[in-house]
Design a protein around this ligand. Structure first.
Ligand code: FEO
Length: 170
């Protein structure tokens, strides 16, 4: 990161840089889920659409949580660039499979930052990230559950619409 003035920092500089990168990932996830909500809306999967609108909001909240943490602790948080995201999906199963991969990727990055906190003795940030570790587990479980349900019911599109209603319980 260029020209960051970091005085009186209580958190580690390397960790701040990694957290700034994570802001970009959370923002990207929010955009990806918004595109998925749009696809679901257009294709009649009303409950999945509501699910992904909500997921998109949650990812934005994650981004803001990290953003505030950096600024509150003497660092400089950077507003992320708006990413270009895919809007084309083959099926509702494709949507949930992609969302699961998205969450697994984010979990891996969170774990990397968490381990950097340990290595750099940044206790405050490690505790801060504990919430994200737990949250990621929950989000992966939600997506994995949806993938499993849609895979079990194969290519039967009629069934897919019935299964969509189950997303209202997620
Ligand atoms: Fe905030 Fe699910 O990544």
């Amino acid at each position: 990161m260029e020209n960051i003035i970091r005085e009186n920092l209580s958190i580690n500089i390397k960790v701040i840089d990694l957290l700034n990168e994570q802001i970009g990932r959370e923002s990207r996830a929010s955009s990806v889920y918004l595109a998925m909500a749009s696809w679901c809306d257009q294709n009649g999967y009303d409950f999945s659409a509501a699910f992904f609108y909500n997921q998109s909001n949650e990812e934005r909240e994650h981004m803001l949580k990290i953003f505030k943490y950096i600024n509150d602790n003497g660092g400089i948080a950077y507003s992320p660039e708006i990413p270009k995201v895919n809007h084309e999906y083959e099926s509702i199963l494709d949507i949930y499979k992609t969302a699961l991969q998205e969450e697994i990727g984010i979990s891996k990055e969170i774990h990397k930052i968490f381990l950097t906190c340990r290595k750099e003795n940044d206790v405050a940030s490690e505790l801060f990230l504990q919430w994200f570790v737990n949250e990621q587990q929950e989000e992966e479980q939600k997506m994995r559950h949806a993938v499993k349900i849609y895979e079990l019911h194969g290519e039967d599109v009629e069934n897919h619409y019935l299964l969509d209603k189950r997303m209202s319980r997620s």
